[in-house]
Design a protein around this ligand. Sequence first.
Ligand code: M6R
Length: 369
Amino acid sequence: GKAGYDWFMLKEIDEQPQAVADTLLGRLGNRGEIVLDEVRISDEDLRGITKIFVIACGTAYHAGLIAKYAIEHWTRIPVEVELASEFRYRDPVLDRSTLVVVISQSGETMDTLMALRHAKEQQARVLAICNANGSTIPRESDAVLYTRAGPEVAVASTKGFLTQVVACYLVGLFLAQVRGLKYEDEVAAVVAELRKLPDQVREVLAGMDEVRELGRSLATESTLLFLGRHVGYPVALEGALKLKELAYIHAEGFAAGELKHGSIALIGDGTPVVVIAPSPHGRESLHGKVVSNIQEVRARGARTIVIAEEGDDDVLPYADHVIRVPRTPTLLAPVVTTVPLQILACEIADTRGLDVDMPRNLAKSVTVE
Ligand code: M6R
């Protein structure tokens, strides 16, 4: 049951610290190494990989977009991320030295399954990142990394997504380890940071009352825009998807650098714009660019809602609302920055009197095309 929560979605949002801890359980070794015994692809084959495709649908695709930033940075292997429904109907270039990572919470999504079969026909190795034990996608894959999020009932994916992102980090770090690390110190440091994530998600959840209040104030809006750069860009897409599917409000996520190429024309007086600001301790230029983007949209009338790291005061002059998240390395930030966006969408939908767990026209697993 819902264990006292109004919605399964709220329950599942609250389960995220535990879900992330479970994804990591037993997979981080004492010496800061990654232990993935279940990835039964030989070290030799893993060393021979020349290209990675990450394939998924919906929210899982957003996890894949985040994976690209992390895996390319840690392994220097080129990564392409593609929607399963596109991949399966084109003629992608892959062979036995290609690793295909398919991501699916349910393990039953038809397009993802068909993309997997397509990849196997071309002799690629397939690694599934999946939540549902024994479902079709892991059964047909060469190896599976289970996310262990527990059952996800709400149609909108929350703990499913967060644990997919964490599983992608594990895959990236594992590949780096097997192949000989390029950024050895950095990877060891990342492992230490991964261990902190469950508590950091807990910390974000503890401060969500203001986000709920903000959600109530946004319930009558007709459009919300989400902006981010780097891993903040997939987070923006994810925030927009949550809002569309739950609140039936027009929402779009943009790469902040694309604003000038068209989208900025959408911004008028009072348009709510949610911006995911990167850590000021990461790449300085990245942070500075996003701060100027906030300034730009504000100057055109936007009501700015900024998700920013604790202590990042650079955003204050241009933010109408600030939502704080704990300090993480840039690549891991999506695990904390996504959480307020889930709450925001949930609260807006609830205020609009909608069924948060079962949005119209949607099914939990899409087993038809
Ligand atoms: O079970 P899957 O991860 O393969 O599902 C993929 C999408 O259908 C799913 O993530 C969908 O986008 C969610 N409803 C989003 O919240």
